[in-house]
Design a binder for this molecule. Sequence first.
Ligand SMILES: C[S@@+](CC[C@H](N)C(=O)[O-])C[C@H]1O[C@@H](n2cnc3c(N)ncnc32)[C@H](O)[C@@H]1O
Length: 345
Amino acid sequence: MSSLVRFGGRLAVRLRSVTRPQAVVLMAILALCAGVWWSAASGNQGLALSFVATLLLAVLLGILHLSRWIGGVYRAHQNAHREIRTVVEQLQRRVVATVEKERLTAGDRHQELTRTVTRGLRQSGHGTDLLLRAQSREIEALVQLFQQFTPRAPMPSSGDFALNPTDLLDLLHLVRLRQPRLVVELGSGTSSVWLGYALEQHGGRLVSLDHDAGYARQTRAMLGAHGLNAVASVRHAPLRDLTANGKTYQWYDVDKLTDLTGIDLLLVDGPPEATGPDARYPALSVLAKRLAGTATVVLDDANRPDERDAVRRWTEEVPGLTEEQGLLGRHAVLAYSRTGAAVTV
Ligand SMILES: C[S@@+](CC[C@H](N)C(=O)[O-])C[C@H]1O[C@@H](n2cnc3c(N)ncnc32)[C@H](O)[C@@H]1O
């Protein structure tokens, strides 16, 4: 009984979901069934047979319709299947093409990276070689410097802002050979102490200028510690506007130089590059007339474009000034002779 109730429930649910044409067909079949039942009950066999025949025809038509519908559904399914297969194949082709492209790009990148790494390794190896060679040159120079003098206090560091040992070594070689009486240095520091020792040994004095009061004090203290006050002094000469060849530069206060004449050796190592372009160029515009009849000019950092340019302009503008062949380091050496005659060194 309960299964009958369940069947009834399910039937009611299905009947609620039938479409209008399905309901019409169902009603027609029910009407035909009712016609068969009624005509058979009323003994009208002919009419009952007609109803049965109509019912059979309706069932046959239904089966026909159903088979066509199933065929349509099957074809639609096949078409959908084909479309899905096409889409999947296209997707597969695209994925394979993308993967292949990425693989080729990654291969190219890998090759490029390998080349860059190889080049970098070669260059850094070369750079390390150069650095090692430069370091050994500076160590050799330092050993020679300390063989020349026995410092009375710890020596300040060379290199960086100060002259390199190779430049100091050549500078002291020039002092020994040319025996300058008056050395003027633009930019004080470690070099002032080394020059002080050299002048103490060979005779002569050093006047060093510094634009910075702090560094001037520091160099003065170093000279004092080394007992070199008798041969070397530091003047604080702040930077002022100076016009040379129609251009204005920041250069040492020229009032601090008025007593300096007959300079035998001029070391140009200031003002620092950071104070402005061509910072060291004005040196000879101001000091050429204060050089001795025969003098030497040393310019540090002559490997830099501004300093190379200064050397070129000086030799063009100052009669009797010629560049000498450098021995060591990065400085330039220039020989000056007021008469313009060649200088014997
Ligand atoms: C090239 S340095 C002069 C160095 C000096 N002739 C020597 O060889 O030791 C030029 C100026 O830079 C300043 N100076 C010196 N040492 C410095 C440092 N460590 N940092 C920044 N400026 C410095 C000083 O005012 C100095 O006059």
